[in-house]
Design a protein around this ligand. Sequence first.
Ligand SMILES: Cc1cc2nc3c(=O)[nH]c(=O)nc-3n(C[C@H](O)[C@H](O)[C@H](O)COP(=O)(O)OP(=O)(O)OC[C@H]3O[C@@H](n4cnc5c(N)ncnc54)[C@H](O)[C@@H]3O)c2cc1C
Length: 384
Amino acid sequence: MKFDLDEEQSDIRGMVRRFTEEKLTPYASEWDEKEYFPREVYSEMAELGLMGMTTPEEYGGSALSRLAGALVYEELAKGDMATAVGLSVHNMVTGSLARFGNEEQRRRWVPRLAAGELLGAFSLSEADAGSDAASLQCRADRQGDSYILNGTKLWVTNGGEADIYLLMARTSPGHDSSGVSCFVVEKGIPGFRFGKTERKMGLHSSPTRELIFENCAIPHAWRLGEEGQGFKIALASLDGGRVNIGAVAVGVAQAAFETATRYAREREQFGQTISSFQAVQFMLADMAMKIEAARLLVYEAAYKLDQGQGSGMYASMAKCFATDMAMEVTTNAVQVLGGAGYVRDYPVERYMRDIKVAQIFEGTNQIQRIVIARYLLGNLRRRG
Ligand SMILES: Cc1cc2nc3c(=O)[nH]c(=O)nc-3n(C[C@H](O)[C@H](O)[C@H](O)COP(=O)(O)OP(=O)(O)OC[C@H]3O[C@@H](n4cnc5c(N)ncnc54)[C@H](O)[C@@H]3O)c2cc1C
């Protein structure tokens, strides 16, 4: 077993670290304050090859491993979690289109997504279908060569800004996953409009929007995969997304830890730096120890995804462990800074506000534990 990065991984991490320090870290607080979505940064990330990260080169992607991807998300999130999350969602869409699309669909959308000309969004959740996502009710009724979409989707990251929506909708009645199909929907098509923008605790520069479909006709050719395969496609996309979010959490926690350590070395009380107090030292030691454990688990989950080895359980473990860790670390970073941690002069309060959602989206951490238990024990649902 080797714990060192190879040369390519090291170069990618170095490149994204420089990009983050120059293009994200100095502006993240202002974007948060103004709830500004920095679309221009996505064009710059496209130039670095980050908009089609795991996509094959023949469609304009970078064909990076999931492990290299984890390094990218970790570095970006040190500067701005919202941008890292927006990029992760975009890459879920680009990757799913490259993986599940037919040749015509790939040619139509993937190269432009990878080039950053188009931005992607992923739409599974609804008001009454959150953790129980398979019960979604947005309808896609077949009519000749078209599907007619009717319904409302909620919580769409990049909503409104994105040009391409990977949409899960029901092609046969019921409340289970077998009736769910996956569609690609382009922004601007008649019958598709945007509803409310959520007002959130954190992640302010990442728009979260409602999608409304009213007798919206889309071509039959925009269905991805077979009818009834939509939930499978969504879950496959989420495996990668969960590892990405684990990496994002490691990055945010690392940034919080570094701010807290710097502050502890400088701040003096009782005639000495607060870093000389054992209570503070232990908080910093716990932070460092837990960040390192989460980082190793995230890298392992990414590696298993690359190898195709029972990756779903590891993706859930990485997402759950790393985001719980990051919530604890960012909360303690605020504590180390005292009053200064609670105000906006330092970024730790933003880290804490931002990271909370990582315990909720891409499946709550309760749902991750259910997924892990199912892998360990089999399906727990009662039969008969
Ligand atoms: C900022 C933000 C961005 C998002 N982006 C997207 C996106 O881009 N695309 C998308 O499709 N969705 C997105 N979501 C939706 C997100 O995935 C859902 O919020 C999440 O899956 C939880 O669903 P819910 O909010 O309806 O909570 P609920 O399902 O109502 O859960 C409420 C509570 O009950 C618990 N719970 C529910 N069922 C169980 C159970 N069986 N056992 C134990 N506990 C349970 C949950 O863990 C949670 O604590 C986003 C959400 C947010 C907040």
